[in-house]
Design a protein around this ligand. Structure first.
Ligand SMILES: C[S@@+](CC[C@H](N)C(=O)[O-])C[C@H]1O[C@@H](n2cnc3c(N)ncnc32)[C@H](O)[C@@H]1O
Length: 237
């Protein structure tokens, strides 16, 4: 099936085979991935979908932490998925991989079929209409009460972080990345129908600060609440 247009993992910086090395070097990867996994709290029996899984590092971390969860990685880039598959094979971990965009997840897997959805470093490189479509799609994929965790470049609060984020903007282009840096994501997450939207953690990195947003698809009767003024934990470790 032909894939719609998408920005590949490293944008204009280079081919995906260099992605893992660059992310390790420039994003304090261990820290934000560990926080993301902690907020997701994979449990035995969970179905967890990693949207825009790329080379599979987060999906693998989740599968290692909770071997009794079903983890599905979705990405439109066949080259990235080939790396992910190879890493999983070498690690002896069983995961599922699907070649698809992130804006039709319910068609791909079934509506309300996931307990948890996670997406890391993806939305910053998507145009605003695609960010909206993907969040709506994640909402449709989650069961009522299911949890969403998004780890991505969010509001860049300081001059230093805005400067650092320019490298990402050079790679992925300003039109798609600037809305994230201006702090648009929490509003988009809410507009997609999620409740309890909060920026739970903030990790300053050499390429800008990475925010970890946590939210839920409302339970059938929940009116929901948001915590727009809540202050994130700032990670210094
Ligand atoms: C910067 S990489 C992040 C990969 C991985 N999530 C991680 O944490 O390392 C962004 C990934 O999002 C994928 N992507 C871009 N646009 C997408 C879309 N509309 N739907 C799903 N995945 C998308 C790219 O193919 C790429 O693999």
């Amino acid at each position: 099936m032909p894939q719609e247009h998408y920005t590949p993992a490293l944008g204009r910086l280079g081919p995906v085979r260099f992605y893992d090395g660059i992310v390790a070097l420039l994003t304090r990867e261990r820290r934000w991935r560990a926080l993301t996994a902690a907020h997701l709290a994979a449990a035995a029996g969970d179905t967890i979908v990693d949207v825009g899984c790329g080379t599979g590092s987060l999906a693998l971390l989740l599968a290692r932490a909770q071997p009794r969860a079903r983890i599905v990685g979705v990405d439109p880039d066949a080259a990235a998925l080939a790396i992910a598959r190879d890493k999983a094979l070498r690690a002896g971990v069983t995961l599922e991989w699907r070649l698809a965009m992130g804006d039709a997840l319910a068609d791909l897997m079934g509506a309300a079929s996931a307990d948890k959805v996670v997406s890391s470093l993806v939305l910053h490189q998507c145009p605003v209409p695609m960010k909206r479509a993907m969040l709506a799609s994640m909402h449709a994929l989650l069961r009522p009460g299911g949890r969403l965790v998004i780890a991505d470049y969010g509001l860049q609060r300081t001059r230093l972080m805005r400067l650092a984020f320019r490298l990402v903007q050079m790679a992925d282009g300003k039109p798609d990345t600037q809305p994230n840096a201006d702090g648009l994501l929490p509003r988009l997450i809410e507009e997609a129908g999620f409740v309890g939207v909060r920026e739970a953690d903030l990790v300053p990195t050499p390429t800008g600060s990475i925010s970890i947003y946590v939210a839920a698809r409302p339970c059938a009767r929940s009116s929901g609440s948001t915590a727009p003024g809540a202050t994130p934990n700032i990670s210094r470790i």
